[in-house]
Write a protein that binds this ligand. Structure first.
Ligand code: AMP
Ligand code: MG
Length: 334
């Protein structure tokens, strides 16, 4: 069952939740709860497929399937403690079976993508967040291999430019959300503005704290506009990060990936984990929950993500448009 920690009522990875920071404890959990109750109920029922909210078409808002085995999905309103989630978990998958399983999931994604593109009504936004070396690039490369590039846009967000910093913090992300028929992939995302920005004190605390609710509103806007949002947090251990950094130093072909700044960031490991815990807890909504992917084992991580994307596309049930009428009688002139 994907929502592994959902039943104990304490939170995802709750066993060691004492590690959360003090300030976060005093804030209300999950800002979406601050919306009028009508909205919370509306969104829940919309996603569960049980509601009759007037402006929601069931075709635009599919019942989201559970994530693949091994993934921990954060229930809205739960606290999160990543330290209690095992990054080595494989969801019961054996390494020997992983390649065939990944191939099968990629074939499913490819088939659904063709229909999504042809249908030209909804879109899928896949968000990846992780600490440095967490595997965002590798996951995107492995999972999306074979999809039609015309129907897919991958955006990697770096330090904002001067032009981007002159705008509201969501501007550069909203410009790149996928249009109808497209799969959009965010390699880093609007969450950086409550992660690196928080850890490095790039804006005052009151500014980043306000952003959780703004992000939930942004994702709600996208959802009601026909975009299904899948958010994956790739969860690795500190030891695994060390090994990956060492591998980049040891292999000349990987030198280009080694960024000395990653060593500076590594010193802030705990601060990042706290920031991740809060972002995952406060921005897991019924319409866009966070999925924590155990990501120490790349082969298992790829399968978990691919399967979740394929299952979500299947639930969206994209269809080729109805053929034009009267095609039977048409003759193509010589
Ligand atoms: P990489 O993904 O390794 O190419 O690095 C991109 C860098 O951009 C990372 O160090 C991120 O923390 C940084 N970055 C991304 N978005 C933001 C943001 N909104 N504000 C500040 N830094 C950011
Ligand atoms: Mg980097």
């Amino acid at each position: 069952m994907a929502r592994k920690n959902g039943k104990d009522g304490k939170g995802a990875g709750s066993e060691k939740s004492a590690g959360r920071d003090k300030a976060a404890e005093t804030q209300p959990q999950a800002a979406w709860l601050d919306h009028p109750p009508s909205f919370a109920g509306w969104a829940r029922s919309a996603i569960a497929g049980t509601g009759t909210a007037p402006s929601l078409s069931p075709h635009l808002h599919p019942v989201l399937p559970p994530a693949a085995p091994g993934i921990v999905t954060v229930e809205p309103g739960q606290s999160v403690n990543l330290a209690a989630i095992d990054p080595d978990a494989t969801g019961g998958l054996e390494k020997a079976a992983a390649k065939a399983e990944l191939d099968a999931q990629r074939t499913r994604i490819k088939g659904f993508q063709e229909k999504l593109y042809a249908e030209h009504r909804r879109s899928l936004l896949v968000v990846f967040q992780a600490i440095d070396t967490g595997g965002k690039d590798g996951t995107i490369r492995n999972v999306l291999e074979g999809v039609n590039p015309q129907g897919c846009r991958v955006w990697s967000f770096k330090v904002p430019s001067a032009e981007e910093l002159d705008q509201d913090f969501l501007w550069r992300y909203h410009l790149r959300t996928p249009g109808r028929g497209l799969i959009g992939v965010f390699n880093r995302s609007h969450y950086e503005d409550v992660l690196v920005v928080r850890v490095k004190n790039l804006v005052p605390e009151e500014t980043w704290r306000e952003r959780y609710g703004i992000i939930n509103d942004f994702e709600r806007l996208l959802t009601v506009s026909g975009t299904v949002i899948l958010k994956f947090f790739l969860h690795i251990s500190k030891d695994e990060q060390k090994e990956r950094l060492e591998a980049r130093l040891a292999d000349p072909e990987k030198h280009w990936k080694f960024d000395p700044a990653d060593l500076v960031e590594r010193k802030s490991w705990d601060a990042y984990q706290t920031a991740f815990n809060d972002a995952l807890a406060r921005c897991s909504t019924p319409y866009a929950p966070w999925h924590v992917v155990p990501a120490n084992r790349k082969w298992a991580r790829n399968v978990m993500v691919a399967r979740t994307i394929a299952d979500t596309l299947e639930a969206m049930d994209p269809r080729f448009p109805e053929p034009r009428k009267g095609l039977d009688g048409i003759k193509v002139p010589d």
